[in-house]
Design a protein around this ligand. Structure first.
Ligand SMILES: [Zn+2]
Length: 126
């Protein structure tokens, strides 16, 4: 149990540090909001163009996440993780929110950012 908790904390830390990195980077850039990056354990696995409907499975040593891209949005539609928070998050668009699957170390986050979401950035930072 203690080991499990430690893994969760470690994964959360990795995700948080990545998120901070992404926020800093996105402040200066004006990237296409219609794409997202998918990371596992902080490593970029693939970039997804949300203008193309797609379904695929991300598999890692932790388990699997089924990803669905539809109508410019992306969601985790299936997973064997505990809690299934990633599935419950539902669909996000390329410039709105992110999906995290902590047990799997999976993070789906927008490639770019725009000024509309600056308030959200502040909320994350503090
Ligand atoms: Zn999950």
């Amino acid at each position: 149990m203690a080991k499990y908790k430690k893994d969760i904390i470690l994964t959360a830390l990795i995700l948080l540090s990545f998120l901070a990195f992404w926020l800093i980077r996105s402040n200066g850039s004006k990237a296409d909001p219609k794409s997202v990056n998918i990371y596992v354990d902080g490593v970029l696995l693939r970039a997804v163009d949300l203008s193309v409907d797609d379904e695929f499975r991300i598999e890692s040593k932790h388990g699997y996440n089924d990803i669905t891209v539809k109508d410019g949005k992306i969601a985790v539609t299936g997973s064997d993780c505990d809690g299934k928070d990633c599935v419950k998050t539902g669909y996000i668009s390329g410039n709105n929110g992110y999906i995290a699957c902590l047990p799997h170390g999976l993070l789906i986050s927008p490639k770019g950012d725009d000024s509309d979401s600056k308030g959200g950035v502040d909320a994350f930072a503090y």
